[in-house]
Design a protein around this ligand. Sequence first.
Ligand SMILES: [Zn+2]
Ligand SMILES: [Zn+2]
Length: 375
Amino acid sequence: MNGEGDRRHADEMLAAVCGADGRVRLERVPVPLPGPGEALVRVDACGVCGSDRSFVAGATRPPGVALPVVLGHEIAGRVAAFGPDTDGGRLEPGDAVLVYPFIGCGNCRACARGQGHLCLQQRIVGYHRPGGYAEYVTVPVENLLASPATLSPAYAALLVDAFATPYHALAQAHAAPGDRLLVMGSGGLGMAAVLMRDLWQLEAVGVVSSHEQALELARALGADEGFLQTSDSDRNLARVLRRWSQGGVDLVLDTRGTAQSVAFALGAVRPGGAVAVVGLSPDALPDVALAGFARRGVRLIGSFGSSRWDVAKLVDWASGDGRGALERLQIHKIPLDALPDRLNPAGGAASERTGSPWTAPMAAYARLVVTPGSP
Ligand SMILES: [Zn+2]
Ligand SMILES: [Zn+2]
């Protein structure tokens, strides 16, 4: 491929590149060539995950990521081409697809058990290899799933991470019909858990947040109860929660993952219940008396990412009953050239700089999705 004359536009594409200095800039780069076993995907939509904001802000970054990099791991698009000697299986060029973002080493004991998302040598699309904040991306064919036919790419993109992460955590916690779930935190993962209540046939869902407006939204999306947490109200809140849950919830999904939230969650769960932590904070585990922990038979679970199988389940869900729930979420689409201002710490609204999109006023609660294909 060369960069001259008429061929230039076919060979180049726009990408939002996170440079060596950590700032995101729009650049013209060569369209990547799919290697053997890979597909070239034209990106229709890429969800802007909170972890990308925190990556650009320099707060938390997955290990082993080298700059510059094209971020974006919630990708929906269409197959543009397959690499040499590559069998697309049931997929053909033009097919709408989702990209499962985790690539395990294939050789370790985690990978052997289908847990490539936990592999210590894992490569994540949008971190360890170029992601979806670009017009095209190459990915292994085995990471592609057919997208639900009736769902728009902007919603479909959210299935692979924003929904798959809490789905996997609930599966790890053995969520069962009739369970009472408490969600700690009201960001994208927490709201996705609320929207999946029918999928898990939960009897009740409560949300704890320090943002009153986020609790309003959680109720609008299907939560039974919102619990406002103020800085020094934990004991009072614990009492209110015990009453609401009749002695303790069956499950807690902790999307904050701080020492304080985990300690609170362990106090809110019933004997025999489970606490699943998906929030990534640098905190140490809280100081908890182990005799009480053991006697209460509580399970404390760390959960990261999802398996391809989880995403396949969500595709099934979104192809049927789930579509209505999913589309309750408001989406705000932006073109690729508007992304740098949204991600760079100096740009965007103050609420977006501090992480959770749900801290913004009600009108701005929509989930941000980049649509590189649109002008
Ligand atoms: Zn993410
Ligand atoms: Zn591995």
